[in-house]
Design a protein around this ligand. Sequence first.
Ligand code: HEC
Ligand code: HEC
Ligand code: HEC
Ligand code: HEC
Length: 448
Amino acid sequence: MRRWIIVALAVLVPAAGLTIWFLVRGDGGPHAGSRLRVLFSGETMGELEPCNCSGKMAGGLPARGGYIATVEGDRLLLDTGCIGAGSRDFEVLRTEAAMRGMAAMRYDAANLGESELWLGRDRLADLARLGVPLVSANVRGEDGAEVVPACLVLRRSGLKVLVTGVVESGRYQVGPGLAVDSPREALGRLTPEWRKKADAIIILADLELAAVKDLAADFPEITLILFRGRGDSHAPERANRTIIASVYGEARYLGDLALEWASASDFSAAGQAVLLDERFAPSDAVAEACIGWYKDAVRGRRFDPARPGPTWNRIAARQAEPLNRYVGSDACRECHAAEYEKWSAGAHARAMESLRRVGYEFSPECIACHATGYGASDGYKSMDETSALARVGCEACHGRGQVMAAAGHKGTARSRGEERCRECHNPKRHETFNFDREWAAIRHEGKP
Ligand code: HEC
Ligand code: HEC
Ligand code: HEC
Ligand code: HEC
């Protein structure tokens, strides 16, 4: 059967050089007109779906699945790494949820990037069973043993495509049981494999642009390097012989490239970074596998956001104040009736209800801004233990109020005005925040 295809191609494309090339390769190989569709993501950072804090926002894994469902025919679906955002329990659950969604999209390969390194060997081994094939040429066990395969050989559009991944060595924090070799040396070890097995070579790289270009210079056999975007999309460009590209993360964009061969050795790429907005109906299957699973996994659980660890979440331990505590807004009512009335009629007083409405009331990434004092030993913990703090209460802006509430001492409550607002009303959650306007909307006695 294969022989027939080769002969047929040789007849259809009667360029002598090409025919010989096919015979040498023996198994098809790229030829004039070969085409390979490559879809890719990166830096998902646990963003499962948009929070819609400030109106409808773009992105999310169900939207990514929706776009992928519109792509017909053979394609490779790849990820450059940093699927999750940290190594704390709730962050690992988000990583797992994202990977379950990606498994439902039938990813072909995902690289181990910075945030995968944080997880350490045992957690990675668990996540590797979820159905997203993980790959890395330069991450191994501390004992030298393989943790995930060094490369995968995939057959698409009649081509054998070798996919491998690398992550920068010596720069990132590395979790227990893992070690990272130099990317260049690790790829050097793979080159005999490339020559034997592959018609096209794709590297998924958590590397800076300069290091990507160095690799392209050192290994001209590489067809395509998809690298970590660091908050940017990088349109396909040529570096030496190789095409390089990156895509903006947080599940907001998906890269969609077509590699095309003008001849066996002459290829080019074209494509775009697709914004995953309402043009693409979210995939129910992905929503179920990812969001549905996540909400079940966190339901009723209480996490400890204060535990330290490498993370991209801003949820951090808050200092305790030995002589003061959070007491909740009801304790302020008696003496500040006017402020209380104004506040309780506003959105801050209902911030936790908003989370409940969308099913995220157990999710630390959301509670951080929708409750009072989260991350402090005396702050919000759970609805049962600390229901008085389950909202953006007076103390979210004025600080702990026990001393004030007990004695009505002037000068014991603080507010930092605009600066404090912007910790929650940040550009990601509330792009159009304007202090004068928003303060006018919630203004209570006193001057800003
Ligand atoms: C602890 C986090 C936090 C802080 C600090 C904070 N906010 Fe908010 N704010 C929220 C959240 C969460 C909501 C959304 C509540 C909801 O609807 O569920 C919100 C909603 C609002 C709204 C209502 C918007 C609407 O569409 O109804 C206004 C106005 C507002 N905030 C102004 C401010 C101002 C002004 C400050 C600073 C003085 C401030 N906020 C400080 C978290 C915060
Ligand atoms: C960095 C702080 C922050 C985090 C984290 C955060 N929110 Fe919000 N959220 C806000 C602010 C601020 C608003 C009000 C925005 C406005 O007034 O436009 C808001 C508003 C909302 C609303 C009310 C929107 C409406 O139309 O009434 C919902 C629902 C919501 N957030 C859900 C979430 C979910 C789900 C998460 C976690 C995935 C989350 N938020 C995480 C700050 C945050
Ligand atoms: C979203 C943040 C926020 C919330 C929530 C909030 N305040 Fe304020 N409050 C402020 C800001 C900002 C000011 C004006 C700045 C200042 O003078 O301290 C202020 C002013 C005040 C003042 C007047 C201070 C003065 O010097 O005249 C009092 C009293 C007060 N708030 C009490 C409360 C009480 C009680 C609650 C809850 C029922 C509450 N605030 C909820 C942000 C907030
Ligand atoms: C027993 C009465 C009483 C209670 C309860 C009380 N306060 Fe006060 N508060 C006062 C008095 C009195 C002042 C000083 C008012 C003045 O000088 O005009 C004050 C002033 C403030 C101010 C202005 C800044 C400052 O520190 O002087 C803020 C803000 C404030 N209170 C917030 C709160 C908050 C938040 C709570 C609830 C945790 C609370 N208060 C509970 C009596 C009380």
